[in-house]
Design a protein around this ligand. Structure first.
Ligand SMILES: Cc1cc2nc3c(=O)[nH]c(=O)nc-3n(C[C@H](O)[C@H](O)[C@H](O)COP(=O)(O)O)c2cc1C
Length: 369
């Protein structure tokens, strides 16, 4: 096993050896028989890069904007719950890594660190807050206010997890948030620790099924737009119809995601879903993608297919498990270096040079046989 990781797979192997079975299986599993979980990573292998050689790529930049804000590289961090289970520094360490590298950080509603703590400790980080439509809409309003006050610049509304997915590993392990960790975002709002002892004992699945509303509709997104000026991103879109509905309800951007294969199994891999989503929204808004991104070349492929930015979930947890903030930063650094080298070799000096004709589905080649 690599001790000095050079790619995301190295981080995964090291993290798998370091984490307890309980935490590892919470992080590294998907729903049901994990069809979508596996397919997310496999899908990238179905797309091939068509390079443009003999271009001057001596002066390169990965800088771009998302929702009008500059990032040094369009590979950001998805909202992942409970980062402190990977390393005590948790979400603060990840936000610091993002700030240092000019990346976008997304804080989960189920984070083990509060909105205020991120705002105070990492004020220079471009940060988004991931929300759910909560059963208690008043609590959601209070959360939105806290996010605004703590300098979060967008809300990512997760639309694909109104009911907790059937994750076999979580069920077998009777997974719950282990003590002494707290749900930092919900601390004080729901109960002293965000999750009471009784709720912990009842298990994670029961807890979130009560917290998140299963009656949410696009009207809730419309309502959300009336209570905040922050842009709202619809996270969890895997169909063109879903993307159109989100935009019609007022979404400012669409995030192609299937929750890393943890919610509804057997939905398409995000890389496969990207094309129809991009076609459905046209130039009405930006499209992001997460799910299975494990290299800078995956990012290059998604960008060529129309994603404005990509995000990673589990790789950050593996980086944290490796060496805390340093590991998380190294994960982001490696992904950026891979994108940079990939751009150079494919003939792109800047992000806007990564063009649609640079990537094809591999069936393009078999159809020529
Ligand atoms: C352990 C774990 C916890 C997650 N928690 C949340 C969450 O609280 N809210 C959310 O919208 N997505 C959550 N996700 C989904 C991620 O935001 C993201 O969509 C997914 O991890 C991307 O896939 P990847 O892990 O293959 O990069 C979680 C994913 C993992 C692995």
């Amino acid at each position: 096993m690599a001790t000095d990781p050079v790619c995301i797979e190295d981080f995964k192997q090291i993290a798998e050896a370091k984490l307890s079975k309980y935490v590892r299986e919470y992080y590294n599993s998907g729903a049901n028989y994990e069809d979508t979980y596996r397919d997310n990573t496999d899908a990238f292998g179905r797309y091939k890069i068509r390079p443009k050689y003999m271009r001057d790529v001596s002066n390169r930049s990965m800088a771009t904007t998302i929702l009008g804000q500059r990032v040094d590289c369009p590979i950001g961090v998805s909202s992942v719950a409970m980062c402190r289970l990977a390393h005590p520094e948790g979400e603060v360490a990840v936000a610091r890594a993002c700030a240092r590298l000019g990346r976008c950080f997304t804080l989960s509603t189920s984070a083990t660190t509060g909105l205020e703590e991120i705002g105070e400790k990492v004020p220079d980080c471009l940060r988004w807050f991931q929300i759910h439509i909560l059963s208690d809409r008043n609590m959601l309003t209070r959360l939105v206010r806290k996010a605004e006050d703590a300098g979060f610049s967008a809300l990512a509304l997760t639309v694909d997890s109104h009911v907790h997915g059937r994750r076999h590993a979580e069920m077998r392990n009777h997974f719950t948030l282990p003590a002494p960790y707290k749900l930092g975002v919900l601390e004080g709002l729901k109960s002293r620790d965000g999750m009471s002892n009784e709720e912990r004992e009842g298990g994670w699945s029961k807890f979130v099924n009560k917290l998140f509303s299963s009656s949410a509709t696009w009207d809730d997104l419309r309502w959300l737009k009336t209570i905040t000026k922050l842009p709202v991103i619809a996270k969890g879109i895997v169909t063109g119809e879903g993307a159109r509905e989100a935009v019609e309800a007022g979404a400012d951007a669409v995030w192609v995601s299937n929750h890393g294969g943890r919610e509804l199994d057997c939905v398409p891999a995000t890389m496969d879903a990207l094309r129809e989503v991009v076609e459905a929204v046209g130039d009405r808004c930006e499209v992001y993608l997460d799910g299975g991104v494990r290299s800078g070349l995956d990012a290059l492929k998604a960008i060529a297919m129309g994603a404005r930015a990509v995000f990673v979930g589990r790789p950050i947890l593996w980086g944290l498990a490796h060496t805390g903030g340093e590991g998380a930063e190294k994960v982001l650094q490696i992904l950026g270096d891979e994108l940079n080298t990939g751009m150079a070799l494919a003939g792109a000096s800047k992000i806007s040079d990564i063009s649609r004709d640079m990537v094809v589905h591999k069936s393009y080649y078999s159809s020529k046989l």
